[in-house]
Design a protein. Structure first.
Length: 403
């Protein structure tokens, strides 16, 4: 048996008056998702344990059958693993965004979805100018606005670091790093100093000067968040007896895959945005199925459209995901394959941030007895056979492991 999980990050949303009371998933043209729902079993999955925030790290770990309460150490360490950064046991790593600030506020978490090449040049400038001034600090460039800050000097995790995507148009100063215990004071001060030290470096950089001339948002500040040390996790195969692969664009998901012992093939032309290489990802899934039992294919684009508050773009990303990725995989996968579709958390376009709410899922394939759901969506899946699954229940259901 083979298994494919299609995950559209942040797909779920609220009912929209502009769409006649439909949600964005319901309004999208998605025949493959609807087929999985109609020919399979449906339900709702709570991906976020009580007391945790609806972060993509938490939710994707849950979907893959891990307990984030015991395996989560922050997305910084996962993204470090994805780009090949070797962390010593005492090192800390944080996710570091290049963001756009103006008038004392965080405007966007992504600096207008700055390109990987532009952002790479900015991080190189930060390395050259700030690493000599801050010993024990190392900047690593990633994809688009997503980077890694490595701390090799003595430092503490006892700091509160606010995710920038949760705070669009919010005042900057109250969100600055702060200590949550006395031992975190030095680290919080270090991170605040780093943020402020990045401003003159980024402001004068030719990349930002050119972006400003084109009327684009500049990446005029760094923003570290989600700090931690390398976690100790069992591999996916050790947990479930299944050899797996992860196909994705973003380093967070690639890092989860690497630490879980899964293959993480690189796909040319993936961006994490609406213009990603859907066909290339589909082909990578088909290729990965030749040597793996399960492939987890993650698409970031709906989440980014949600953070941007762009309803029509979010509809388009879901439609493209269905027509250009799901169909290609489903047409070419082995006959004995189970397919699942779901998201990790909602990212409502009106809120532009993640919310904690159970997400719709559907599973079809050999051995799956259909329920009476006819299409994939929030309301329809709530009427399915499994309306109250929690965390690892999903992967166990997909793999046929007794609940």
């Amino acid at each position: 048996m083979k298994y494919v999980i299609f995950l559209g990050d942040g797909m779920a949303d609220d009912k929209q008056e502009e769409l006649g009371g439909k949600t964005i998933i319901e309004a999208a043209d998605k025949p493959c998702m609807d087929r999985i729902a109609k020919e399979g079993v449906c339900g709702l999955l709570d991906t976020v344990p009580e007391g945790m925030k609806p972060d993509s790290t938490v939710a994707n770990l849950s979907v893959l059958g891990y307990d984030p309460r015991s395996s989560l150490e922050g997305r910084g360490v996962l993204e470090a693993a994805a780009i090949g950064v070797e962390l010593a046991p005492t090192d800390l790593a944080a996710r570091m965004n290049t963001i756009h600030i103006a008038d004392g506020k965080i405007i966007t978490h992504s600096a207008g979805n700055i390109s990987t090449e532009e952002s790479r040049q900015l991080v190189l400038a930060l390395k050259e100018e700030l690493e000599p001034k801050f010993p024990g600090i190392i900047f690593h460039s990633g994809v688009s606005y997503r980077h890694v800050l490595q701390i090799t000097r003595p430092a503490s995790k006892c700091v509160e670091l606010t995710p920038p995507h949760d705070n669009p148009d919010k005042p900057l100063e109250p969100l600055m790093p702060r200590a949550t215990a006395p031992e975190g004071e030095e680290t919080a001060t270090l991170l605040r100093d780093l943020i402020r030290a990045s401003w003159p470096v980024l402001e004068k950089h030719p990349v930002n000067i050119a972006r400003a001339k084109r009327g684009e948002q500049t990446a005029n500040s760094i923003w570290p968040w989600s700090i931690g040390k390398r976690p100790s996790m069992k591999t996916f195969e050790e947990l479930y007896g299944v050899k797996g692969a992860v196909v994705c664009a973003v380093d967070l998901i690639r890092g989860i895959g690497k630490i879980a012992g899964m293959q993480t093939p690189r796909v040319e032309g993936v961006t994490g945005l609406w213009n990603t290489n859907f066909e290339g990802k589909a082909d990578a899934v088909i290729e990965a199925l030749k040597t793996n039992d399960l492939v987890y294919v993650h698409v970031e684009a709906p989440d980014e459209a949600g953070h941007d508050g762009d309803m029509q773009l979010k509809i388009r990303t879901i439609t493209d995901l269905d027509h250009r990725l799901l169909k290609r995989v489903m047409d070419n996968a082995p006959e004995q394959t189970r397919f699942a579709v779901l998201c990790d958390h909602p990212t409502p376009v009106k809120l532009r941030t993640h919310v904690h709410r159970p997400v719709p899922f559907a599973i079809m394939g050999p051995g799956i007895v259909p329920d009476f759901v006819l299409d994939y969506g929030e309301a329809s899946c709530a009427k399915g056979r499994w309306p109250n699954l929690q965390g690892a229940d999903f992967i166990r259901l997909l793999l046929g492991i007794e609940q």
